[in-house]
Ligand binder design. Structure first.
Ligand SMILES: Cc1cc2nc3c(=O)[nH]c(=O)nc-3n(C[C@H](O)[C@H](O)[C@H](O)COP(=O)(O)OP(=O)(O)OC[C@H]3O[C@@H](n4cnc5c(N)ncnc54)[C@H](O)[C@@H]3O)c2cc1C
Length: 380
């Protein structure tokens, strides 16, 4: 039965596959959006989501097969950060009206979502956030600043945490709001990262009006909801990522051969270590999906997976750059760069992996306190 499911899925991915990604940024986004719409219409999107919201409602073993086949077929992902983070949060905490209104357009990428949590003075210590939302009749008026918001330059909705309580209300005065990124008073400015790309943005809210029906959950109760979000952010796509790295480890072995380093015993040992870790990634991801299927949430165990995967990504790209010797410093602008500088780009890009979705220090704190049950660090 699993074999039938796999071969059927493989055939349907092949039938509807949108082909190779185009080069330009705008063309690539249009290509991704077209695929997302087709995937929902053909019942090929969101393996774990309920069918009524555009998903496939697959059993756990079939979700694993889906991840394997999606990686094999190289189907495009959904642009923005909504599907992995805001979607599961709305499924768990949203009203039926919100689920009907937001989920399917999010999956189809008709509407693109970005996360607005971090602020210049509130990253690891997110409960100290200062962006305010003042209730005025049937709307909130939002003022403040967010930063590091991935994909915000293409977003239509910003799922955000705002302060509705007193300035010192901490976790007890935070509300979860969905803010129209095109509303008057919203300014989105891209920020350049180490790779030269602009993967994230800063956002300014100046008297932005948000209807009350865009609030997820109760006023001042957003922190508990954000925890669902943060758990899912750390878990998001872990299985797809593990399958993706299955392919990348093989490509790294080819790179070692291409660079004449495949017989070096130290290189072989490092490659074997990465291949073993890729398998651990898969098992961690499967364990997390099983937890989500059982409890509805990935829980603090998602920090284990996130920490492991991000350190793995960095180790893999460090080896890729080492293998190339001096050529490893050339990026995609240089005609002598190996494989158009993709490994160098990955090396630079993955420096940020152990910061985004909570730094590795914060993941270690979470694992210590909430997984292992160790006492809270009074210095933190
Ligand atoms: C690629 C990328 C994408 C991102 N995307 C988004 C996004 O889409 N939306 C969004 O809202 N945010 C996003 N972020 C922001 C990210 O969540 C924050 O950068 C992160 O939470 C850290 O916050 P900070 O940068 O303010 O650093 P700080 O919190 O100022 O931390 C500085 C240093 O102090 C350490 N530290 C802080 N507190 C402790 C503690 N209690 N114990 C031990 N060490 C500690 C940290 O580990 C770090 O090394 C993204 C970041 C990156 C790099």
């Amino acid at each position: 039965m699993d074999d039938d499911f796999r071969s059927d899925l493989r055939a349907r991915f092949a039938e509807h596959h949108p082909g190779k990604p185009p080069r330009g940024r705008a063309e690539r986004l249009a290509w991704q959006r077209a695929w997302c719409a087709t995937a929902v219409d053909e019942g090929l999107a969101a393996p774990s989501w309920p069918r009524e919201y555009g998903g496939m409602d697959l059993s756990f073993p079939h979700q694993v097969i889906y991840a394997e086949e999606a990686a094999r077929a190289r189907i495009p992902g959904v642009p923005g950060t909504g599907v992995g983070i805001a979607g599961p949060t709305i499924i768990r905490h949203g009203t039926e009206e919100q689920k009907q209104r937001f989920l399917r357009p999010m999956l189809r990428a008709d509407v693109i979502w970005a996360q607005g949590y971090s602020e210049p003075e509130a990253g690891s210590d997110l409960p100290s956030l200062r962006t305010t939302a003042r209730r005025d009749g049937d709307r909130y008026v939002v003022n403040g600043q967010k930063v590091w918001s991935s994909s915000a330059e293409i977003a239509d909705i910003l799922f955000s945490l705002v302060r509705t309580g007193a300035p010192d209300s901490g976790r007890d005065g935070i509300t979860y709001l969905l803010i129209d990124a095109h509303a008057p008073g919203v300014t989105v400015r891209p920020l350049r990262d180490l790779t030269g790309d602009s993967g994230f943005c800063e956002i300014f809210f100046d008297g932005v009006e948000v209807p009350v029906e865009n609030r997820i959950g109760e006023e001042d109760r957003g922190w508990g909801i954000a925890r669902t979000s943060l758990g899912h952010e750390r878990a998001a796509g872990a299985l797809t990522q593990a399958r993706f790295y299955d392919r990348i480890v093989n490509e790294l072995i080819e790179l070692a051969q291409q660079c004449g380093r495949a017989d070096d015993p130290v290189v072989r040992q490092r490659l074997a270590g990465l291949a073993a870790k890729q398998r651990i990634m898969s098992h961690n991801a499967a364990r997390m999906i099983a937890t989500i299927a059982r409890d509805g949430e990935p829980g603090p165990g998602s920090s284990t997976s996130r920490l492991f995967n991000t350190l793995f990504e960095q180790e893999l790209h460090e080896l890729a750059v080492d293998l190339q010797g001096p050529t490893g410093v050339l990026d995609r602008r240089d005609p002598h760069a190996i494989q158009k500088g993709r490994w160098t780009w990955g090396f630079l890009r993955t420096r940020a992996s152990t910061i985004g979705a909570g730094t590795s220090e914060i993941q270690r704190n979470t694992i210590a306190e909430r997984v292992l049950g160790l006492p809270h660090d009074p210095a933190a």
